[in-house]
Design a protein around this ligand. Structure first.
Ligand code: FE
Length: 139
């Protein structure tokens, strides 16, 4: 069992999160494709962990994978996202987790675009988007 810096009990997580976020991030759930809030988000900004707020991904590495889930070809820092082997549902997959709190984010595949060839397939419910603050429009 991996150890994470941000530790809460299951009761604390359940109290802190809405039921869907709790189900996905703390119980390894998955949102249905094309239903999450960010799969079709093309805005500039950053994506933090929905559980602990740790910075995970930037819109600069987000791309449209066609999967119906937010997809990134790299995290903001290699150390921001932890991985684990996942053999549930009759598949061998690599699970992606928040390295700070252990939130289940989604899965990591090796069919992504260059330059990394990686695809972080992430549940919208595991993320919170922070838009880039724009300069006020010039008159
Ligand atoms: Fe987290």
């Amino acid at each position: 069992m991996k150890r994470f810096p941000v530790v809460k009990t299951e009761a604390e997580w359940r109290a802190a999160l809405d039921p869907e976020t709790y189900r996905i991030t703390r119980q390894h759930g998955t949102e249905r494709a094309f239903t999450g809030r960010y799969w079709d988000c093309h805005d500039a900004g950053t994506f933090g962990c929905a559980c602990c707020g740790a910075l995970l991904f930037s819109s600069e590495a987000k791309y449209d994978s066609g999967s119906g889930w937010p997809s990134f070809w790299q995290p903001v820092e290699p150390s921001a996202v932890a991985t684990d082997s996942d053999t549930t549902h009759g598949m061998r997959r690599v699970e992606a987790l928040c390295a700070a709190c252990g939130a289940h984010l989604g899965h990591l595949f090796d069919d992504g675009p260059l330059p990394t060839g990686q695809r972080y397939c992430i549940n919208s419910a595991s993320l919170l988007f922070e838009p880039l603050k724009n300069e006020p429009p010039k008159k």
